[in-house]
Design a protein around this ligand. Sequence first.
Ligand SMILES: O=C(O)CC1=CCC(=O)O1
Length: 268
Amino acid sequence: MQFVSINGVALHYQLIGAPEGKPVLVFANSLGTDFRIWRDVILRLVGDVAIVTYDMRGHGLSDIGTTPYSINDHTADIAGLLDYLEVRNAIICGLSVGGLVAQGLYAARPDLVRALILCDTAHKIGSAEMWTARIVALEQGGIEAIADGVLEKWFTPPFHKQRRDELAGYRNMLTRQAIGGYIGTCAALRDADFTTEASRITVPTICVVGDQDGSTPPEVVLSLAKLIPRSRYEVIKDAGHIPCVEQPEALTAVIRAFIDEFQLGEKA
Ligand SMILES: O=C(O)CC1=CCC(=O)O1
């Protein structure tokens, strides 16, 4: 296991493959998950690109640090991690809040970003009222109180019916996150609006969404794509909010096609 202290917070990360001579693909997780959600995409890409994954602060095995957070705290962490690994010009793939972090990273440190894969995310996710209500529910009942509702958005009805063991595992992943880190990240989501930053993105970008995403539905992700000049937009069939788990083959195909179209496979 790999850990490094960035901004006073121990981050759990993985570097797979040598960055020398290969493009680096960096994966940022969503609220209530950790880097294990990317496994089935990574397995399909390994060898072709170098890969960095990490658990966002307050998630997985990373420290919680001081809460509540802003997206800038998360952005400073990923920037610090890439500086530590001496990675520049990376392809950043962020899911949901990870996509906001990716947009923030581009705004703060464009030298680190060669291209963006914005997965089931937006320039603004939900409303302040929605996040405030979720924080109240979490303070009263813990993550267990919101877990079933969240899982309905994460995965489609067939996943719930047919992939019960995985559903139980991902429920464990969600409910076992640190409550402080989870609430801290809800506060960051409540306060985040990257409308201006998104409109200034000039690197190759693709916005991807599951056709049954209950958190950032296709029309929301399309509105992000429309904000970003010359960006691509792609819908993954039969997927909810977490296509890297539900449809890893299809998401990997989208990532590969994007890398080929913009020749991101060549070292920058
Ligand atoms: O928990 C959800 O509703 C899904 C989600 C929103 C932001 C994020 O990262 O995940």
